[in-house]
Design a protein around this ligand. Structure first.
Ligand SMILES: Cc1cc2nc3c(=O)[nH]c(=O)nc-3n(C[C@H](O)[C@H](O)[C@H](O)COP(=O)(O)O)c2cc1C
Length: 397
């Protein structure tokens, strides 16, 4: 039976699935449900002294779209689009001190790590909120430099605006790290040209790990009404976005070596495995729990366990970063052995789909079969993806 325990820079988790900082952890009742779901950890909704970030949450709006861009009414599809506006917690820091204290006892009893989340208005407030969460019992803290909404509001020095500002990111990280004893993780925004330099900056400033990566700002159009859904831009994500998140997990894993928590686009165990193989140690899950309930945690954890048993991975550690370590530079891929497409004539239905998708003039439709012009084939493999009969393979030349 696979061992799901992980150690995130010294903090032990009974399994690598964590409820992210979102509505599912914004009250004592929700935190209790999150703890009961079986996760290894729960991050509280970001605590702030910034009134505008709480006001946004009082005006929260959410819509779930399908892959066509229409509102899902009912069953949540695997490739859902979660278009949403919600800020930081509406509860004042004093209330959070008692919520954390109370939840901490229950979390400890269930061997679940309770993680703080901070979004302050000034350097002093970052420290004050961090110390409050630490003193109340949070075993580590997340600094929210990733929230996409401040860029859309008349709100300065919050969320992603900090993740885009290496000087501010370093200063806040360094100051908070010095002011608390618990480890500090920095949650970053993908909305920069390159995330890696920011990862390096916060690592040098003393962050024990990074959380990669928060959501994007999007624009979703209701074509029937000729206006945006939710009347404005909003944060956007869903399982389809994970490849963009994984790209930064992959880069940070290979280029910085910092411990990584992954987030953005986990639907079930498959995406969790993708994050682990890219280099993440723990995985933070949010939207899918808002849409499918805390019960869905079980699906993720049991699926992960079954996958590991099926593939013979005894521990999560043995999977961390394995795909990233096998990822090559573009130039290295040029030196891989050349391949040419081969058609299995028994399987081929001569539908011509491969010909339509071959832009190298390497495939042509004959009278009763697909004809290959091997000298033109560069082994791009597009025909393999589009063949409905699975009739194409490749020979190494
Ligand atoms: C409605 C909503 C509210 C969120 N609130 C917070 C927050 O208060 N603090 C924070 O750090 N991240 C917040 N996030 C980001 C999530 O914690 C999570 O990192 C992100 O949604 C990606 O994970 P997912 O694809 O599993 O949802 C929020 C996301 C959504 C959709």
């Amino acid at each position: 039976m696979a061992d799901l325990r992980v150690n995130f820079f010294g903090v032990p988790f009974k399994n690598p699935i964590v409820v992210s900082s979102i509505e599912t952890s914004d009250s004592i009742d929700h935190i209790t449900k999150a703890i009961d779901s079986g996760v290894g950890g729960v991050v509280i909704k970001t605590v702030t002294d910034k009134p505008k970030m709480s006001e946004l949450t009082r005006h929260s709006k959410y819509v779930v779209l399908d892959d066509k861009g229409e509102i899902v009414k009912g069953k949540i599809p695997r490739f859902f689009v979660f278009y949403a506006r919600s800020g930081y917690s509406v509860r004042p820091p004093e209330e959070w001190a008692s919520i954390i204290r109370e939840s901490k006892k229950y979390a400890d009893a269930k061997n679940v790590r309770l993680i703080g989340s901070v979004g302050g208005s000034t350097l002093d407030k970052w420290v004050e909120l961090a110390q409050m969460e630490e003193e109340a019992g949070a075993c580590m803290l997340e600094l929210n430099f990733g929230c996409p909404h401040p860029s859309q509001m008349d709100e300065e020095a919050a969320g992603m605006l900090l993740g885009q500002d290496p000087v501010a990111a370093a200063e806040i990280t360094r100051t908070v790290v010095k002011a608390v004893k618990v480890p500090v993780v920095v949650k970053l925004t993908p909305q920069v040209t390159d995330v890696v330099p920011i990862v390096r900056v916060v690592k040098e400033a003393g962050a024990s790990g990074v959380l990669l990566i928060n959501r994007y700002t999007g624009f979703a159009v209701d074509i029937e009404e000729g206006k945006p859904y939710l009347d404005a831009r909003a944060g956007v994500g869903g399982p389809w976005v994970r490849h963009l998140a994984l790209r930064w997990v992959n880069a940070a894993y290979l280029e910085t070596g910092i411990p990584i928590a992954g987030t953005n686009g986990i639907y079930d165990w498959r995406e969790a495995v993708e994050f682990i193989m890219s280099g993440a140690t723990i995985m933070e899950v949010g939207s899918v729990l808002m849409l499918k309930g805390y019960e869905h945690v079980k699906v993720i954890i049991e699926g992960l366990e079954k996958f590991m048993d099926r593939k013979g991975y005894g521990t999560v550690d043995s999977m961390i970063g394995i795909a990233s370590r096998r990822s090559l530079t573009y130039e290295e891929t040029y030196r891989l052995p050349a391949k040419k497409a081969v058609i299995d004539e028994e399987r081929c239905k001569v539908c011509g789909q491969c010909v339509r998708s071959c832009f190298q003039d390497a495939l042509a439709k004959g009278d009763d079969k697909i004809v290959t012009q091997s000298e033109n084939c560069i082994g791009c493999e597009l025909c393999y993806s589009v063949c409905p009969a699975d009739a194409i393979s490749f020979r190494t030349v």
